[in-house]
Write a protein that binds this ligand. Structure first.
Ligand code: ZN
Length: 427
């Protein structure tokens, strides 16, 4: 059974072998079968035979890979991997995939431009808890009391949702919101239902209000607190936390500003590095390698942007409870991860840029180790890399304080190298 599976795999692998496919296939199939027969004949245990046959099979796959890697197509592909266009193309592909997976960055767009008419007047109303940042939902009788007695709000409505994207709302909800959105409080809602059909959901509600023109959230908060105290006084109910009124736009933009600030740090650091690099290059050479620095800046900006978009669209950083507090319990750990990712972006941008040709921006090749670290006191030790187009060589000292030979780029006369006639195909 296993031999049949190996034969099929070898048949598939032979399709990438450049020439004499049938002979290659026969040779490897015969090899594996012969080996299995031989071990069986010697009376080896079945498990041992199986392991040894696997070993031969992996050898066949590696041989196919080695033969394929020597074909012109594979060589061209590897050369394409080293170009700057491939690097930028990969970043662009990642951004496109993110746009497709997130419905065109729907959450980011609704943070920047909430899809409600006159969204500045919308407020979230909640009750404070024991902790400073806690927000709790409102009991429906209090909501009804506010509706009848308040003077600062043009409308008040309650809502509740579940994790599967179904929301239950009071009848005036869409009138207060001014729209029937597909996304509310950065949460996708597939199904809007009236709250009356769902009595058990209605014992605590998230509350949204629309301020009257010219009234601000502080005025409304003072009035609603007064009304809540009156409501509790009438019913002798136990006091809970103070009522909080917060503009909806401010609340949904909080994760936007927080993570935009965090992801801007690597971009700013990298761009500052570019400024220093450009200035010192101008002083040294009297000119600026425009393409080299443009490529660096493109990476320095696009990668932090991609990170920020990934956080907003695909993490729980933008998820709220109905009362408007964050649901994200792992926040400190997550911020630590984001800081690590920012560090990785800075490190990779610098490392990738350093190992690129100053003229054609391809990744340098042919690493040659020079000297040894043990003799670094009297001699230099490091790594030399070459551009495959012959534009120059880069010397990277093994220790940054190498005084015998400092590292750096040596431009070579590429015209002289590449203008020589090359005989005998690929060289
Ligand atoms: Zn080059």
């Amino acid at each position: 059974m296993m031999l049949v599976a190996f034969r099929i795999a070898i048949l598939a692998a032979s399709s990438v072998v450049p020439r004499d496919r049938a002979a290659w296939r026969r040779a490897w199939t015969a090899e594996i079968r012969h080996y299995a027969t031989l071990l069986h004949a010697r009376g080896m245990r079945n498990r041992y035979v199986r392991i040894r046959t696997w070993h031969h099979f992996i050898g066949a796959m590696r041989d196919a890979g080695r033969l394929f890697s020597q074909t012109p197509a594979a060589i061209q592909f590897r050369a394409a991997l080293r170009t700057p266009a491939f690097c930028l193309g990969l970043i662009a592909l990642g951004l496109t995939a993110m746009a497709a997976a997130s419905h065109g960055f729907a959450i980011t767009r609704s943070m920047l431009a909430p899809p409600y008419p006159d969204a500045r007047r919308l407020v979230l109303i909640s009750q404070g808890g024991v902790l400073q940042n806690q927000r709790h939902t409102i009991p429906p009788p209090l909501l009804d009391f506010w509706k009848t007695h308040n003077t600062t709000l043009a409308g008040l409505a309650g809502y509740q949702w579940n994790t599967r994207g179904t929301a239950w709302v009071t009848p005036d909800f869409f009138a207060v919101l001014g729209a029937r959105p597909r996304c509310f409080l950065l949460r996708r809602i597939h199904d809007w239902r009236p709250l009356a059909n769902q009595p058990d959901m209605g014992n605590a509600l998230g509350v949204i209000g629309r301020l009257k023109p010219g009234v601000d959230a502080a005025n409304a908060q003072t009035e609603l607190r007064g009304l809540a105290a009156r409501y509790r006084g009438d019913r002798q109910s136990s006091a809970s936390g103070d009522v909080q009124v917060m503009p909806l736009v401010n609340r949904i933009r909080q994760p936007f500003y927080a993570y935009a600030g965090l992801c801007a740090v690597p971009a700013v650091l990298l761009l500052a590095g570019a400024c220093i690099g450009v200035r010192s290059e101008h002083r040294r050479l009297g000119r600026i390698r425009g393409r080299y620095w443009a490529f660096y800046c493109a990476k320095a900006i696009s990668l932090p942007v991609a990170l920020a978009l990934a956080i907003w669209e695909f993490s729980r950083a933008t998820s709220f409870t109905p009362a408007g507090s964050a649901t994200f319990v792992a926040k400190p750990f997550f911020i630590w991860l984001v800081i690590l990712a920012c560090g990785a972006i800075v490190w990779w941008c610098l490392a990738d840029q350093r190992a690129r040709c100053r003229a054609c921006l391809r990744t340098l090749q042919y690493p040659v180790r020079i000297g040894s670290l043990g003799a670094v006191l009297f001699d230099h030790a490091g790594m030399e890399l070459m551009c495959c187009q012959g534009h120059g060589a880069l010397y990277l000292p093994a220790v940054s304080s190498d005084y015998v030979q400092p590292g750096g780029w040596t431009a070579l006369d590429a015209e002289d190298i590449t203008s020589e006639p090359v005989h005998g195909g690929r060289a």
